[in-house]
Ligand binder design. Structure first.
Ligand code: 1GP
Length: 247
């Protein structure tokens, strides 16, 4: 316990770019999860993110973590609300949806979660969550004032804000299943302004070419969700491509 941030930082300090595999507790097929996870681990995935917006519950979250228990890869909660907290996880992204118009998603849910997380001694990875472009279900539910894909100055300003707040990560999210991922150019500009805060990028990444471009542009962690369910072979190619990069 309490080692996830250290593991991530060590890998990043070696010049690596990390891949995280996202499992949505409402969509994952429990029958095939173990074998899919083994292949992802073999290919080099560095983290399991577990979370989703609709149809999720602590029970479903626990079921997934139980199945993933054997793997050394950290199991990290990617919460959409206060019902996704469990002592079974290795860590939780303690997130604030920075571009939400609803204070519940900025500090409200976090207020309710804080004492629970403390009591469970769950490791937290403080994360500024910023929704860009398509936005998907997360943007709708989170009442995000979505940033257009091409508005680099806003993406940069939010990312600098996350760093000035002392957050470990800024998660630039295009939305699960987005037709277009965050643009690599937006990442390369943002990267220039950040000294400590690491960049997580996700939403709509479906090919190894795009994943590689995003990694070389300066993403520290690349997240893929849907493609794992839709085309596992493709997902494994993405994981291998990212795992081989040294910057
Ligand atoms: C969503 O960033 C993640 O929160 C992943 O999106 O399912 O489109 O890969 P995809």
């Amino acid at each position: 316990k309490g080692k996830v941030k250290k593991i991530i930082q060590e890998k990043l300090s070696e010049g690596r770019v990390l891949h995280f595999s996202l499992f949505d507790p409402d969509k994952v097929d429990l029958e095939t999860l173990y074998s899919i996870a083994s292949k992802l681990v073999e290919s080099g995935t560095s983290g399991f993110l577990i979370g989703g917006t609709l149809g999720v519950s602590k029970e479903k979250l626990d079921n997934i973590i139980d199945i993933l228990e054997d793997f050394k890869v950290p199991k990290i909660i990617f919460p959409s609300n206060v019902n996704l907290i469990t002592e079974k996880a290795d860590a939780i992204l303690f997130m604030s949806l920075l571009n939400s118009d609803d204070i519940y998603y900025v500090t409200g849910a976090q207020l309710i979660a804080a004492p629970i997380i403390k009591k469970l001694r769950l490791e937290t990875l403080s994360t500024g969550y910023v929704i860009v472009g398509h936005g998907g279900t997360a943007a709708h539910v989170g009442r995000a004032r979505v940033i257009p894909y091409d508005n680099i100055e806003l993406i940069v300003a939010y990312s600098i804000m996350a760093e000035l707040f002392g957050m470990d990560f800024v998660y630039l999210e295009a939305g699960s299943g987005a037709p277009e991922p965050i643009r690599p150019y937006a990442i390369s500009v943002t990267k220039k302004y950040l000294e400590n805060t690491k960049i997580i990028v996700g939403g709509g990444i479906r090919s190894e070419e795009v994943a590689k471009e995003l990694a070389l542009a300066g993403s520290d962690i690349i997240v893929t969700g849907n493609i794992i369910e839709q085309n596992l072979e493709k997902a494994l190619k993405i994981v291998k491509e990212i795992s081989n990069i040294r910057r």
